[in-house]
Ligand binder design. Structure first.
Ligand SMILES: [Zn+2]
Length: 149
């Protein structure tokens, strides 16, 4: 049996030219559009489930304007933020120590401005949800995970 490659509608250019590839071992999903250069990586929740990935991707696309501004023609600048910068990876980085932005950036291997902006948003969000505590030394801000009492 031959498997047909399914093509999905792109929310960016509205053409039916999105292809979703899922690595069944790592569950890493690549969503790329053949017409407009849109390219996003995300994590699939289940093995080979492009419909769910597509749904998640569409949600992401409309929720977070930062993410879908990634283009594959500057790939060096766009190694997926979705995969590296997660609540978990940030919390892991801040588990025991106070760290400033530069240190967190290094921990998470963040290189692009886009990712850096996303990290800052994410920190704000975690602050707001009281998952992180903040202190200031001079003008520098430091974060640490909130200890459970
Ligand atoms: Zn497109």
């Amino acid at each position: 049996m031959k498997k047909k490659i399914k093509v999905w509608r792109c929310p960016n250019c509205m053409k039916k030219s999105i292809i979703i590839q899922i690595n069944n071992a790592t569950l890493a999903a690549k969503i790329s559009c053949g017409s407009c250069d849109l390219y996003v990586e995300m994590k699939a929740k289940k093995i080979y489930d492009p419909i769910d990935v597509y749904g998640d991707f569409i949600d992401e696309y409309y929720e977070n304007p930062l993410k879908h501004s990634m283009k594959k023609n500057n790939l060096s600048d766009s190694k997926s933020i979705i995969v590296h910068i997660t609540t978990q990876s940030i919390i892991k980085s801040l588990l025991l120590n106070w760290k400033n932005l530069t240190e967190i950036k290094e921990d998470l291997n963040i290189e692009s401005d886009l990712d850096f902006r996303y990290l800052k948003l994410k920190l704000k969000e975690l602050e707001r949800k009281f998952k992180l505590e903040v202190k200031r030394i001079g003008t520098e801000k430091y974060w640490r995970t909130v200890k459970k009492k």
